[in-house]
Design a protein around this ligand. Sequence first.
Ligand SMILES: [Zn+2]
Length: 113
Amino acid sequence: MWGNKDNDSLNKMLRTQLMNYLVGDGMSLNQLSRLTRKTVKELESDLNHLEKSLKHKGARLGVDPALCRKCGFEFPNTKLHKPSRCPECKATWIQEPKIFVKDKVELEQDFND
Ligand SMILES: [Zn+2]
């Protein structure tokens, strides 16, 4: 079909871009959305694809869970969306979950042992 090849290379570029953003401290979905001008929904599907290609390279996506900035409550799930309020203290001052690429170098060192 027409256009498939273009889409593929476009996706590849985006995935490389995403990976560069997510190496190190990582970023929240909203930060990524601002940087890539994509919607959070689009990014979620992109991240799924990215995770698949990372697996082939022996790396993984990790998520730092959301935190309540008021009482420090750590949200137990690893959802990518920011929860609206803290179940403990009802505060809405929530630190967004951060997505990051788990250190590939570390994984490679494991393989060398
Ligand atoms: Zn709280």
